[in-house]
Design a protein around this ligand. Structure first.
Ligand SMILES: Nc1ncnc2c1ncn2[C@@H]1O[C@H](COP(=O)(O)OP(=O)(O)OP(=O)(O)O)[C@@H](O)[C@H]1O
Ligand SMILES: [Mg+2]
Length: 249
């Protein structure tokens, strides 16, 4: 995935400034930085939930904004690209009136047109992966926040995204439940080839799971590098100040 000179304005407010970011297939990259620095906006752009004001974004070498003639992509072209990315949000967004199993088979049976049986078998496989096979027939309200988030991760993975975008998926959770969710992501990171683009305030987790960390400040990447470099030998004063504030929190 490549962001090339991406700028983004909301009205007169400049949120991303000539952003360049590359993520290699299978790479695990984490975006950290102060609130409002533009991290979520980057993920939303990758998901085509927002359009940049300038620049181009390519996924697997293909622009997610323009066709080969330079015209904006149609809704169906966009939908095809979006299917290659999955996203999990801070709020789990499960359908409250559907059981766990029904939540998990919805997209495979409608979007991918799988048979109910096939979708249910796959759903059970992913439920095992997130350690919740006992909850197939539960409704979201009968699950803890951590369990709901693990279901949300399974729901994203079931569509076999090549890139998985995770936006502060533990920040609505108590530390213990957050730990369960992070364990699931660790498993995904180690056992699958999925490319991960993560936004998190959990610095220990970022350090453990990432191949590379990009530090955001005011719509720019101020520095990036291996977790060891960023946490042990940060170059920018801003990075040091940010890390100090979150690590002492
Ligand atoms: N839809 C929108 N309309 C107007 N302004 C927006 C919109 N979405 C984001 N912004 C602004 O863009 C800036 C960057 O927001 P973004 O959500 O990307 O930050 P962030 O780094 O994810 O912050 P946090 O760590 O608090 O989640 C903020 O100043 C925010 O207020
Ligand atoms: Mg955010």
């Amino acid at each position: 995935m490549e962001f090339e000179r991406i700028s983004k304005f909301f009205g007169a407010h400049r949120v991303l400034v000539d952003l360049d970011l590359q993520v290699q297939p299978g790479e695990k990259v984490t975006l950290i930085g102060p609130s409002g620095s533009g991290k979520t906006t980057v993920l939303r752009l990758a998901m085509t939930l927002e359009k940049p004001t300038g620049g181009d974004i390519r996924i697997f070498g293909e622009s997610i904004l323009f066709d080969s003639a330079g015209k904006p992509l149609s809704t169906s072209q966009e939908a095809r690209i979006r299917r290659r990315c999955g996203m999990v949000f801070q709020q789990f967004n499960l359908f409250p009136h559907l059981t766990v199993l029904q939540n998990l088979v919805l997209a495979p049976t409608t979007v991918l047109r799988q048979s109910k049986e096939q979708a249910e078998n796959t759903a059970l496989e992913y439920l095992r992966m997130v350690g919740l096979e006992g909850k197939v027939h539960a409704y979201p309200a009968q699950l803890s926040g951590g369990q709901q988030q693990r279901i949300a991760i399974a729901r994203a993975l079931i569509l076999k995204p090549e890139i998985l975008l995770l936006d502060e998926i533990t920040s609505a959770l108590d530390p213990e439940l957050a730990g369960e969710v992070l364990d699931v992501v660790r498993g995904v990171a180690h056992e699958t080839k999925v490319t991960l683009l993560i936004v998190t305030h959990e610095m220990r987790f970022a350090r453990e799971v990432s191949d590379r960390i990009a530090v955001f400040d005011a719509g720019r990447i101020i520095e990036q590098g291996s977790p060891d470099k960023i946490f042990s030998y940060p170059e920018c004063d801003r990075t040091r100040a940010f890390l100090q504030s979150v690590l002492n929190h």
